[in-house]
Design a protein around this ligand. Sequence first.
Ligand code: NAP
Length: 245
Amino acid sequence: MTDNNTAKVALVTGGSRGIGKACALEFAKAGYDVVINYAGNDEAANKTVSEIKDLGQNATAKKFDVSNKEAAEAAIAEIVAEFGRIDVLVNNAGITRDNLFMRMKDEEWLAVINTNLNSAYFVTHPVSKIMIKQRSGAIVNMASVSGIYGNAGQANYSAAKAGMVGFTKALAKELASRNIRVNAVAPGFIQTDMTKDLPVDKIVERIPLKTLGQPEDIAKTVKFLACDATYITGQVIGVDGGLVI
Ligand code: NAP
């Protein structure tokens, strides 16, 4: 965060744990300064910031609820004041509130739609203005296999993730002329806190590669889409061990 800082800047929502943390570290390894966002777990966020700094990059953690429009806008303004630019945005923050649809409560539906889909609008709207001014940028949205083939017990989550796919494609068309690429990753089952209570053995039987994915598997693809895939936009890349073929 020095005045003469020239590093590119990546913002990863939900970047304190799991897939988002792996993305944050991957961008740091690629020479990016990194801003991670998180909701409540200060200890995890501080640990991730110090791991990024150990890689020689500037890092900061911004605690705000991505489903709160005002909070997101204020945080983006702070990031621009501190870092001067945002080159990569990863819309990764997400939650599950699984339930069969007949039993689903309004709170479960709304929490997931707000955190997993409306958040992408709240964060990307101010960030895209900055990228348009810069005339460059890359956005990677975290979808899911559930948003592509649906998952019983996850009507809320599947709807939000399918929404991310449509959002990605529409935005890719709108922003291409400004040299901004927009892509999505659709993870399968990845070993994080989100999946720690799932029946792993049963799930692995369904995965052609016969193992859960690791957060780093997703992070490498996110980094590829954001940094290396200079002629790819509007795509959804499945990273799922062959679950959806
Ligand atoms: P995770 O380990 O539970 O981590 C979630 C991250 O999101 C944490 O950093 C958390 O911060 C943050 N977060 C949650 N709600 C937030 C909010 N309202 N505002 C700001 N930050 C918030 O989850 P994960 O497994 O890494 O999942 C990351 C993304 O990948 C999600 O979008 C998820 O839907 C998607 N995905 C995951 C899998 C999988 O198998 N794990 C599969 C497909 C898609 P705190 O720690 O402070 O709460």
